[in-house]
Write a protein that binds this ligand. Sequence first.
Ligand code: EPU
Length: 438
Amino acid sequence: MSQITIRGGKPLVGRIELKGAKNLVTKAMVAALLGETPSVLKDVPFISDVEVVARLLQLHGVSISHDPVTGDMQLDPSNVEQARMVDIDAHAGSSRIPILFCGPLLHRLGEAFIPGLGGCEIGDRPVDFHFDVLRSFGAVIEKLPTGTRLSAPDGLRGAKISLPYPSVGATEQVLLSACIAEGKTELSGAAIEPEIIDLISILQKMGAIISVDTDRVIRIEGVKRLEGFTHSALFDRNEAASWAAAALATGGDIFVGGARQVEMMTFLNVFRKVGGAFEIHPDGIRFYHPGTELQSVVIETDVHPGFMTDWQQPLVVALTQAQGLSIVHETVYENRFGFTEALRQMGAQIQIYKECLGGHPCRFGQRNYNHSAVISGPVELKAADIRVPDLRGGFSHVVAALAAKGTSKVTNVQLISRGYEHFIEKLESLGADFEFEA
Ligand code: EPU
């Protein structure tokens, strides 16, 4: 378990560079399984989620190389083969991406074995939509004590599917299953996050026929075969928002190289309302604290084009420095405020409520989920010893320690490398005062 000892109170100032989005590259790597020729994915970050997916692909016979300087990844699926269950199972609990191997493996091999899933503990995170989708395509699903086995005795056939909620993962499941399924697929209630549109662009490059229609409807016409692709991955807008919030919370000034305005519009509006300043440049976005008092805001997280659930945690730290009462209503995950406990320990005034506060009633209202937060500020954060609970919550803990007076110890920080490339090096280049023990 690695840890950082942080001497807080120093603004983060400097420039960092983004690579491709964690929530796109891992799916694009799975898409490479569908191609009959090799693929090249550019700007792939060195993060542990990418490593897990690479290892699982390698177990299935995909040969992979990842350039340490450029981040370019070559994936050759010409020798796809069945992996041993025991080897797959060694990855149980390490990621949620393996569920997306189902469609491509069923197409390539006629069967698939998926290990127990991992990922951040931010709610129950069921996979019922995924399995319903796969059954609609004709998959037979058998739950085993250690994982799940799937088969498709008659191949996968296109289907008419309606999602009860615009789930990112279930939409990707449909995309990765439908492109070379027999016949047409119509998906209503689809998620339309920029990472999904980028995945659709990749599949189109491979030869797929996919249209994104009005009202969250995606239509796919099955084709006989797909080729490999060459693609530069969409930048990581979640990482961009995290560093932006870190600049605000520490009174700093960070140029986030590779960030773009269009995919971050909703975030930029909120950032400005809180009192943060930004400048859009051709090669990135500069985020900074302009030196004036920060203002409280009311935010409701939502699916795209709403305010992303992954943006709220670091921003909550900045809101502890804002004048007045801010409200954050989390409507995507039912249990994503666990990280506020450590912030309270550091002196933040944050109350968590079961009610839907400040916005519209959501599916978690009246159901005993702690999914609204009221943050009262400004307060002076003080140092504490804290433990990283999950990816985004962990980033926010480090930001709080950087903003706090005194010396904090943050343990379990290796979890942050699941989604933030070169996290420690970036902190160093931004002038943070800390010691890291691996
Ligand atoms: N849901 C179900 N059943 C399902 C699938 C989802 O009830 O079968 C529910 C979830 O429990 C949740 C909601 O639907 O309440 C939305 O989940 P979604 O499927 O959209 O999320 P995901 O695909 O598991 C991805 C990202 C998350 C990000 C969400 C929302 C990846 C690997 N993860 O998760 O990112 O928060 O979409 O945009 O792409 C992160 O990066 O830290 C992270 C958690």
